[in-house]
Design a protein around this ligand. Structure first.
Ligand SMILES: [Zn+2]
Length: 249
């Protein structure tokens, strides 16, 4: 399982062999956006890729670079946020998928760490699946991580789950000592419900500052790199199980 399955780092014959073995590809999707004063702007993208690296060899799939950017208009009030329009994201995602299905991929696993991407992902996956090009499994990896590891903490932006994932990926990019201005937690549950689409009725948040004036919230006491690695391992195990349940071994 030590083999590298990450497309930019392997040769064409290696990539072709992986594609033809079982037609599984993994596409990590994230975002480059503000994550408070303690986490890098690419947190979502790094986290999705870290999960992909852990999972791809185990499911014998090809891990594909999608690009770092996502749909993140709610964070545009902060410099350092880049946001694609949904249609831009959808075109990019469609082009990547069609390049892969052309060469034998018929099982697409999306590892999404950023909720803002979800409507665009679902739309294109639904279209391509209806066209008979591939079957899609969309894994909301941040939500999965929260269910496995953080239920008591809430899945807040820049909070425990994001921080643990970044610590697992690259501790040098995390600055816990700067995490001094979390937004009050009272607005977080409503924000979570909206972000995860679980509420029966909700308004759309136009700007993250409506629910988190400083852009992030969470209580990072007790967060360590060791816990981050445990989180990543548990998430990877859960994703492998999901892939096997849908596409077999
Ligand atoms: Zn995000």
């Amino acid at each position: 399982v030590a083999a590298n399955h990450y497309l930019p780092e392997i040769t064409q014959p290696e990539a072709e062999r992986i594609l033809w073995e079982r037609g599984v590809v993994l596409i990590p999707t994230g975002s480059v956006e503000q994550h408070g004063p303690h986490l890098p702007c690419g947190t979502d993208t790094f986290a999705a890729l870290a999960v992909g690296r852990a999972v791809a060899p185990r499911v014998r799939g090809l891990l594909v670079p999608f690009g770092p950017l996502g749909v993140a208009p709610v964070h545009l009030g902060f410099a350092g946020t880049l946001s694609l329009k949904p249609e831009t994201f959808m075109r990019l995602f469609r082009d990547v998928c069609l390049s892969l299905t052309r060469h034998g991929a018929d099982k697409v696993v999306v590892l999404n760490w950023h909720e803002g991407n979800t409507p665009a992902l679902r739309t294109v996956a639904g279209e391509l699946q209806a066209e008979g090009r591939a079957r899609f499994l969309i894994v909301q990896v941040a939500t999965l991580a929260w269910e496995l590891f953080g239920r008591q903490t809430g899945l807040t932006h820049g909070g425990v789950i994001d921080t643990l994932a970044m610590l697992a990926h690259e501790p040098a990019l995390v600055h816990l000592e700067r995490a001094v201005n979390p937004s009050p937690p009272d607005a977080a549950p409503a924000g979570d419900a909206e972000r995860q689409g679980r509420a029966a009725a909700y308004t759309l948040i136009a700007d993250i500052r409506e629910i988190a004036p400083t852009g992030w919230s969470g209580d990072l006491a007790g967060v360590t790199a060791e816990k981050g690695r445990a989180l990543l391992a548990q998430v990877a195990d859960a994703v492998v199980k999901q892939v096997e349940a849908v596409f077999g071994r």
